[in-house]
Design a protein around this ligand. Structure first.
Ligand SMILES: *[C@@H]1O[C@H](CO)[C@@H](O)[C@H](O)[C@H]1NC(C)=O
Length: 199
């Protein structure tokens, strides 16, 4: 049961998925775009499997051309999520071939610049987490979300090493270090003193 689920069931994929070739589970899984019945962790596993899989891989030939075209279009189009964060509305595209719930959260985290560990997602007044995000996006087709969490300050133009130094020396969070550096025009010593004073 677990095995069949892990290979195709759209409803169960949130529970368990593993690569059809190597059994790996913790990567961003992709489905065979043609039959959608097998899951791979990587291009190389897909290539390895192709000589065997191509014998079983079926496109739904009996569909009429138009059906097929519509079907392909709706299956290939990424899902659009609308996520409110700090009075801003972000549109985040989630590829339908993306099966790993962690990857969905990752995309959202990167788009909103909220680090994954401080990202809190809410849909219809309920918490959305790794256990139910796939279900909510692909099965329940919920599109409106709200995100809570402090966005990461932009590190553009800063020396990563300087940020790390402040974080380590003063045991402050990254955002605080970045703001300190910005305040001091990027001067590390000044920023260390400035952030240190503010503690
Ligand atoms: C997702 O799971 C969490 C905890 O398991 C639960 O509290 C929450 O209500 C679920 N979210 C939705 C939208 O059902």
């Amino acid at each position: 049961m677990k095995n069949t689920c892990s290979n195709f069931c759209l409803v169960c994929f949130a529970i368990s998925m593993s690569c059809s070739v190597c059994g790996l589970t913790d990567r961003c899984m992709k489905r065979c775009v043609q039959c959608k019945a097998v899951i791979y962790c990587s291009k190389s596993c897909q290539i390895k499997d192709w000589t065997v899989h191509k014998l079983k891989c079926t496109k739904k030939e009996k569909d009429s051309f138009l059906d097929k075209k519509n079907n392909m279009q709706s299956q290939n189009q990424p899902v659009k999520l609308f996520i409110k964060h700090n009075h801003e509305k972000h549109c985040v595209l989630i590829p339908q071939t993306l099966l790993n719930p962690k990857c969905i959260l990752n995309i959202i985290s990167e788009e909103l610049l909220i680090p994954l560990d401080s990202l809190n997602l809410i849909a219809k007044g309920k918490v959305v987490n790794e256990d139910n995000v796939s279900d909510i996006v692909f099965r329940m087709k919920i599109r409106q979300f709200m995100a809570v969490g402090e966005a990461q300050e932009s590190e553009k133009g800063m020396h990563i090493g300087d940020i790390d130094t402040i974080v380590e020396q003063l045991n402050v969070d990254r955002n605080k270090a970045i703001r300190g550096l910005k305040h001091c025009g990027g001067n590390l010593i000044d920023a260390l003193l400035y952030v240190g004073d503010s503690l």
